[in-house]
Design a protein around this ligand. Sequence first.
Ligand code: COI
Length: 352
Amino acid sequence: MEIKTIINEKPKPKPDQNELGFGIYFTDHMFEMDYDEGEGWHDARIIPYGPLSLEPSALVFHYGQETFEGLKAYKNLEGHTVLFRPKENFIRMNNSNQRICMPTLDVDFVISALKQLVATDESWIPTADGTSLYVRPFMIATEPSIGVKVSKSYKFVIILSPVGAYYKDGLKPTKILVEENYIRAANGGTGEAKYGGNYAGSLLPYQKAVAKGFSQVMFLDGANKKFVEEVGTSNAFFIVDGVLYTSPLSGTILPGVTRDSVIKIARDEGWEVVEKALAIDDIILYAKQGKLDEVFASGTAAVVSPIGQLAYRDEVIDIGDTIGPKTQLLYDKLTGIQLGKIEDKFNWVERL
Ligand code: COI
């Protein structure tokens, strides 16, 4: 499919690279294409960033048929623009789409569209330490209808946002509340899809945790409220007695691209990695025995973010107020590969 381009004649001033925050600024262009049953995807275009025009009856507004992705573009040390593992994100998006009854995408086509979009807004890629261009593809149901049904039409859009660290304190360890009432996902639900509803459901526990001074919530499994699954918007890792643990991909957690990258880097370092859900009671016990070495979250937005404290009921586990050595190594290796500072032996980085 051909991609039409309309250049924005009124480019915006660029924000200060040291004050980007996360997801506040958007570049001058976006990619858009439409889907209609019987016709498939059509009208691929790169156009000036701006409002979408939708009927108030569009199905997305009523029953939430929506999926999204998150990946990043960087300017590497040699000045080349690179994407990190884009294929994994669009394969995951297709899996999410199937769960929410939405059409799939031609992965190679959307990667080439993304490359064209990023090339159009290349001057927006920030280069200050810890910054990148966050890529947000999303898909919404557009059929005008308020019957509860699968939409016959969709819009797929990619927007770009220059970002700094997701957590305002960067690599300073965060305080996390282990949630004992609300759950994020249940067996057979939508937990492994990158679907807006999962995130909407996590807002109330998040808001309550923030009001108590925490940065995020750690969710336990829905069936027993016993095993640790995910941290708000990221996957969770624990280093116990030198062994790296993370929840297995059993349908309720997001199959993170950063999660997978962390596991591969750790195994390549010769560390033992176990994909097993740890019980919160055992984590407390390990902490009391002095065996809980490090805890961190991983995600495209969060990268590798150290966790310094976990609070559960009346227990407070202090892990440390500086980033641990293994978390630091994983952060350095991952960002080193992304920025071309160290060899990309896994072939994860793709040039435009
Ligand atoms: C990401 O890490 O890209 C995410 O999707 C988290 C996001 C909801 C900010």
